[in-house]
Design a binder for this molecule. Structure first.
Ligand code: SF4
Ligand code: SF4
Length: 436
């Protein structure tokens, strides 16, 4: 019996591209590959200007455990190694490659030899895999919980609850076999007894297909989830399918016997173990009212938003707002020179009518934001404290438990910029913690 999580909102689905079979993008003339595409330590470039590189070659790495190497998605010549514009708006160390169009593959690419769990985790690190659902947490770390945590459930996140985005859905429809194979590999290598695939009820074809494909393996079950945002957030998904609550205060899914992986992450694992080709492509949903040809595109990592949008026919009119990610959690882009990275799942472009933020007015203490918060926080109080600069008090209100889902902003009748202010507050709390 599925549980129903508290809070959340009903958003329009707008899955306009759900029937758009993935198109493979032409190789762009250049790519810019940032050294930070994950949570954890940034990579250091392992190539220099003038080097020739091949597809799949490591171009950045780090000694740190919580990190993941980055690889060339194209063959060609390294033309710049320096800080360049990143999706967050900051300048980040990046490698620019002028492509030669040959797509020569690095001779070192071969399927990893795996005899043990440790070999498996090492291979995943070498693959460059990070959470492809948006968070970008290195997968080899996620799959290696502390020894005292017994994992009972591998939960596969196929909820894809944000409006517009269909890149996970296309993976389920086009590669359900790979998804199941990846799940089986993780279950076998980590000795996890059960897997649950959670898919929202607005994707009946995917549910049927997965149910058929999983039928032969009684360790794997498919659960139909009620469509409600943010159903795909880790903690809400765990609660919905297992009834277990991940405690507040920095606890992890492993603390309640669960590991959550995105559908694209798990199918990539199957493909990597078979071919040895690291993470160099990403499927991206390109949509929004001003995109000429909304579609799903398989893109070399490092491709500029400009090249990707051109591949989709360009804009019908000048866009008012461009988001990397969905309308609830995406990051606004002020330049088309930023690149698709490992966890980019959508590029959306809006006109003024859909993209403009209304002006804020005073809080009317209606409590709707509190009802909508799936993390049981008090967004109105967090907003008030941040606006007053009372950062020292935010910890007591558990601000770091905010998953930045945007549900509070979505329902607020006063149009308070709640999630934006909470992000500022979280940054301040983290900076203060570092200083202490
Ligand atoms: S406070 Fe954070 S977790 Fe709660 S609804 Fe707002 S954005 Fe989501
Ligand atoms: S929903 Fe908006 S107006 Fe209502 S209490 Fe929250 S911040 Fe205030």
């Amino acid at each position: 019996m599925l549980k129903i999580f508290r809070g959340g909102v009903n958003t329009p689905h707008r899955k306009n591209t759900e029937e758009s079979k993935t198109l493979v993008m032409d190789i762009p003339s250049r790519v810019i590959i940032p050294m930070v595409q994950h949570i954890g330590a940034p990579c250091t470039p392992t190539v220099k200007k003038g080097d020739l590189v091949k597809v799949g070659q490591v171009i950045g790495n780090s000694e740190a455990y919580v990190s993941a190497p980055v690889h060339a998605s194209v063959s060609g010549t390294v033309t710049r190694v320096e800080p360049m514009l990143y999706a967050s708006g900051k300048q980040v160390m990046s490698v620019e490659i002028q492509t030669d169009g040959n797509q020569d593959v690095d001779e070192n690419i071969q399927p990893p030899v795996i005899h043990s769990r440790d070999d498996f985790l090492k291979a995943l690190r070498n693959s460059g895999l990070v959470g492809l659902g948006g968070a970008g947490f290195p997968t080899h770390v996620k799959l290696n919980p502390p020894k005292d945590k017994s994992i009972e459930y591998l939960i596969i996140n196929g909820a894809e609850c944000e409006p517009y985005i269909t890149s996970d859905y296309r993976e389920l429809m086009e590669n359900a076999h790979g998804v199941i194979k990846g799940i089986q590999l993780v279950l076998d290598m980590l000795g996890i007894p059960k897997a649950i695939i959670g898919v929202e009820d607005n994707k009946p074809k995917a549910i049927q297909l997965l149910t058929e494909k999983a039928a032969a393996d009684n360790r794997i079950s498919v659960k139909t989830l009620h469509s409600r945002y943010p159903q795909g957030a880790e903690k809400t998904l765990i609660y919905t399918v297992t009834g277990r609550k991940v405690p507040a205060g920095g606890k992890l899914p492993a603390d309640v016997g669960c590991i959550v992986l995105n559908v694209n992450s798990v199918s990539f694992i199957a493909s990597y173990i078979e071919t040895g080709m690291p993470l160099i492509h990403k499927r991206v949903t390109v949509d929004g009212p001003v995109i000429k040809r909304p579609q799903n595109v398989l893109v070399p990592i490092g491709t500029s938003l400009r090249d990707l949008i051109d591949f989709c026919g360009g804009f019908q009119e000048k866009p008012f707002k461009i988001l990397m990610g969905g309308p609830m959690m995406g990051i606004a882009q002020y330049s088309l020179d930023t690149s698709v990275i490992k966890n980019t799942n959508a590029i959306l472009a809006f006109d003024k009518k859909e993209g403009d933020l209304p002006s804020e007015s005073a809080c009317i203490r209606c409590g709707r934001c509190v009802d909508a918060c799936p993390m049981h926080l008090i967004p109105s109080d967090l907003n008030r404290l941040v606006m007053a600069g009372k950062y020292d008090e935010l910890g007591a209100y558990h601000i770091l438990d905010c998953i930045e889902c945007g549900s509070c902003s979505y329902v607020c009748p006063a149009k308070r910029y709640l999630v934006q202010s909470i992000r500022i507050g979280k940054d301040a709390v983290r900076k203060n913690a570092k200083k202490a």
